[in-house]
Ligand binder design. Structure first.
Ligand SMILES: Nc1ncnc2c1ncn2[C@@H]1O[C@H](COP(=O)(O)OP(=O)(O)OP(=O)(O)O)[C@@H](O)[C@H]1O
Ligand SMILES: [Mg+2]
Length: 271
């Protein structure tokens, strides 16, 4: 199973997809210097799926994630989260959306250096004006294998451990979707495996704390992409193709021939 941007429609009776974008476009700047970072993309991410987004540097991957997260407003198109069109929400409502419905994981972790692991995990709840749920925070730290490090500061943790804290933090509000921008970009391959296995289990382990998630992950690494159900390839702000049940070899092969994919795709679109 997986997603196909062109043919699959959400079943009218089923739950809405965790995330959908329609005609999403983003242009930076104006006139001759304008950059069309996203040129109109349609994607549906059903609940409980893991999608990798790949493409050359500058192809619009981060722009896609920041628009989906409500960090930026698209120039055109719609963003629908768990069935709700959030595109025209106010800045304030989008900030609340990010705290309560979206977990964001960054390449460089973005933990608060003066807060312990447990305090970092509880931070989104605190920022939303709630008292952190200590049991849930501890359960999430257990889940990411850091139950005994709750009182440690980020500087006292390895890179992989810090990223696992960041994933626990992303899971704390039980978000509709986890958006991760190169979450293993700063990690060695063994540590990256820990983080990817954790993201995979956050999708698969429905019924457990932090399980049943929907994950969208930008990566440059074919090995990382192979943890996903589907890979979406972006080129020049457009979808150049998708691959279901990716293997690292198949993804690497496709990345080496993205130009052909673009040619095929535009021929398909023209016919
Ligand atoms: N704030 C901005 N102002 C102007 N141009 C921008 C801005 N942010 C991104 N761009 C441009 O939009 C295009 C897409 O950028 P984006 O960051 O989405 O690429 P990316 O696929 O994430 O690349 P990378 O793999 O290098 O992270 C690039 O040409 C970039 O220079
Ligand atoms: Mg990027």
């Amino acid at each position: 199973m997986g997603m196909n941007s062109h043919t699959s429609q959400p079943t009218p009776s089923g739950p809405p997809p965790a995330l959908a974008v329609r005609g999403l476009a983003r242009t930076y700047g104006e006139g001759a210097g304008a950059v069309r970072a996203l040129a109109g993309i349609d994607l549906t991410f059903p609940t409980g799926t893991f999608t990798a987004v790949m493409g050359p540097s500058g192809s619009g991957k981060s722009t896609f994630l920041t628009c989906a997260a409500g960090l930026e407003r698209p120039s055109e198109g719609r963003v629908v989260i768990a069935g709700e069109d959030v595109t025209d929400w106010s800045e304030e409502d989008r900030t609340r959306l990010r705290r309560e419905r979206i977990g964001f994981v960054f390449q460089s972790f973005h933990l608060m250096p003066y807060l312990t692991a447990a305090q970092n995990v509880g931070l989104p709840q605190r920022l939303a004006g709630h008292r952190p749920d200590r049991k849930r925070v501890q359960a999430l730290l257990d889940r990411v294998g850091l139950g005994d490090r709750a009182g440690h500061l980020p500087a006292e943790l390895s890179g992989g451990q810090q990223q696992r804290v960041a994933i626990a933090r992303a899971l704390v509000s039980d978000p509709a979707v986890i958006l991760a921008d190169e979450p293993t970009g700063a990690l060695d391959s063994a540590t990256a495996h820990e983080v990817l296995a954790l993201l995979r289990s956050s999708v698969d382990d429905a019924g457990h704390v932090g399980g049943g998630q929907t994950v969208v992950m930008v990566t440059h690494d074919p090995v990382a992409a192979a943890y996903a159900d589907t890979v979406v390839f972006l080129v020049d702000g457009r979808i150049a193709g998708t691959m279901a049940r990716p293997t690292a070899d198949a993804v690497a092969g496709q990345l080496a021939h993205l130009d052909e994919l673009v040619a095929e795709h535009s021929m398909g679109a023209a016919s």
